[in-house]
Design a protein. Structure first.
Length: 214
């Protein structure tokens, strides 16, 4: 089957790689929006205008399912996307629920773009599943671009991570797929203090369920 994978940028490659090693029998069509990345500092209206022709093109190219490998797109637009495009979508979203279930200290940290943190969907997730825990939202507003441009500032990542650890966070949620590329550094800093989670595995499980129904 042809599986479309979309992200604004290099986060999509991480997700596409994970999917193709788990499901090598399928063809992956990866699309990134090099012209408009980063999305996390843009409005949902602009983001919708960017993604619309790309999703249409993927459908026209024969993709039978589209993976939204971008938390920013999911949290701001997934309902509108599902309404307007006639193909199943499997989408990453911030793992607030599992983090809230896992925490023992009662503090979790969500690393995400500004658009994700401002979205109704993310705030609904927090209200629904994380009312009883403290949710830290470290400033990661320029991380996606820094990773996209391959200009990784290790000190900045270290500072943000150390701050949330100092505030007792014992689960760190990577809620932007670009952060896959700095996951190892964050895990190393968090060693023995916090668990770092990201959505590739549950996404693949969901994708398998959707593929089985096609
Ligand atoms: N990789 C995207 C995400 O998961 C967004 C990065 C960006 O374009 O700002 O949120």
């Amino acid at each position: 089957m042809k599986i479309g994978v979309f992200d604004s940028g290099v986060g999509g490659k991480a997700v596409a790689d994970a999917i193709s090693s788990a499901l090598p029998e399928h063809e992956i069509v990866l699309k990134q929006d090099e012209e408009h990345v980063p999305y996390g500092t843009k409005s949902p209206k602009h983001i919708y205008d960017f993604i619309s022709p790309i999703f249409q093109q993927m459908i026209d190219d024969g993709c039978q399912v589209i993976v939204v490998a971008c938390n920013t797109v999911t949290t701001t637009l997934i309902d509108k996307i599902r309404e307007n495009f006639n193909v199943p979508f499997v989408a990453v979203e911030p793992m607030v629920k599992p983090a809230a279930e896992m925490t023992k200290s009662g503090v979790i940290a969500v690393c995400a773009t500004p658009a994700t943190l401002n979205s109704d969907r993310y705030n609904w997730l927090k209200n629904e599943y994380a009312k009883h825990v403290k949710v830290l939202e470290p400033d990661c507003s320029d991380w996606a671009l820094m990773i996209e441009d391959n200009k990784i500032d290790r000190e900045k990542i270290e500072n943000r991570t150390t701050e949330v650890l100092a505030q007792n966070a014992d689960v760190i949620v990577l809620a932007c797929t670009h952060f896959h590329w700095i996951e190892d550094q964050i895990k190393e800093l968090a060693q023995n203090k916090a668990t770092v989670i990201q959505p590739e595995k549950p996404l693949i499980e969901q994708l398998k369920r959707v593929l089985a129904q096609l």
